[in-house]
Ligand binder design. Sequence first.
Ligand SMILES: *[C@@H]1O[C@H](CO)[C@@H](O)[C@H](O)[C@H]1NC(C)=O
Ligand SMILES: *[C@@H]1O[C@H](CO)[C@@H](O)[C@H](O)[C@H]1NC(C)=O
Ligand SMILES: *[C@@H]1O[C@H](CO)[C@@H](O)[C@H](O)[C@H]1NC(C)=O
Length: 453
Amino acid sequence: KMMTRRIMQKKWRLGLSIALWLVSVHLICAHNEKSPTALSIKEGSDDHSKGEETLLEDEDSEDLEVFRPTDKWQTLKPGQAVPAGSHVRLNLQTGQREVKMGEEEVLKYWSDGNRYTEELKEALKKFKKGMDDPEDSKQIFNQDLKKDMEALDMLVETDVQVMRRLLNQFNNTNSTTEEKITALLDLEYLVHQVDNAQNLVSMGGMQLVINVLNSTDIRLQESAAFVLGSAVSSNPSVQIEAIEGGALQKLLTLLATKRPTSVKKKVLFAVASLLRHFPFAQSHFLKLGGVQVLNELFQTPGTEPLRVRIITVLYDMITEKVNILMAAENSELISQVGMDIIPDSSHQERLRQYAEVSLLPVLVEQGWCSLVPELLVSPEHDCREKALRTLLAMMAQCQTQYKQNPALTASLSELQIQYQELVLTEQDVGEQDGYFAEILALVDSMVVKMRQV
Ligand SMILES: *[C@@H]1O[C@H](CO)[C@@H](O)[C@H](O)[C@H]1NC(C)=O
Ligand SMILES: *[C@@H]1O[C@H](CO)[C@@H](O)[C@H](O)[C@H]1NC(C)=O
Ligand SMILES: *[C@@H]1O[C@H](CO)[C@@H](O)[C@H](O)[C@H]1NC(C)=O
């Protein structure tokens, strides 16, 4: 819902930017009183006799000198308005400004064509009214131009400028909690981009966000965790900053104390993003007692909706290490047979760090061999699948305990029957390797591996 709201906001802003730009252009022209046909917006248009009416009827926005963004860098011509949400850079060789949009923004921009046409018509109508009555026009000019120009400045701002504004709004003691939350959610949208997340760090915004994790307002906690999680996702340099800024400790504190499920969901998201592909953070997580915190959360009544998320965090860590070490073994094999792969020192360092993440023994010690099977009673396929994968990943360490767990044996037999039937229904509709077949394979594999000596 939040996303929709923000997308709508963006669209609205984009529409408004074009409308405002038009109105401003007209008002400037009207004021100069040099160009009574200022309505012909296209620069260098030959047809100065083109009347207002025709233009009003002309819905083809091709005529308008509005920049048409794509996901490729394009040179900006003088006087072109840049839609909000674009990225702007200076080409140092040509000295010209270049603009592009992210793929998502481009889609949004182009899928909203009708809306712009409406906005443009409105802007033109407003202007026409002004032309009919010069006094009125002047009045509009005096009242609105300054505001329009300010709005324009704002609308052509780069992501960095937007972020600076949002951080100021967020950091201002005069801002209401609502305003701060809005600023955080807008920041969250921006920091999905790698550069923006790094800018958040260099602007000092990361520390502000981390600090707010222990604010007294749960909505601020939740939004801050959301921003943090998005900023560190697939962004190693930002992950490092977040760890050094003390984010992990604060996130674990939020998980360990009584908070609404909505807050804990976002916090788990942030923890998962912070740990992913970052063995240093994973070691830190173990040292801070992260497994214990998750253990207690898992067993707290009322947190059932969080359980599959908790298991996912642990499962991801287990498999990540397994995959990395397996890849390392493979590349060693390859180099042994004479292929030219020289592992660099940072790769070695990573392997060393992963070797230090000793998660499985901690999981065994803290009772996860008997906790994970509890998830199998969930009615949700997705949850069962995650549980089965995690059970298999812990097999070497947990096999003895699995064998002594009658509830687990019973669950597996039950699931076997259930998925055998579901696989038949899948095959009835012509699906050979469907989702249920995949789950059945996991169940079968559990059964076989539990029997092995
Ligand atoms: C907060 O508001 C007060 C009074 O309205 C004003 O004097 C002060 O400059 C504002 N502070 C900030 C940081 O904007
Ligand atoms: C936040 O505001 C404080 C003063 O209120 C200021 O010292 C600090 O630099 C600001 N931080 C950012 C990132 O804008
Ligand atoms: C949050 O915790 C830090 C120390 O970790 C403390 O300095 C700060 O005052 C706390 N903020 C709030 C709002 O409690």
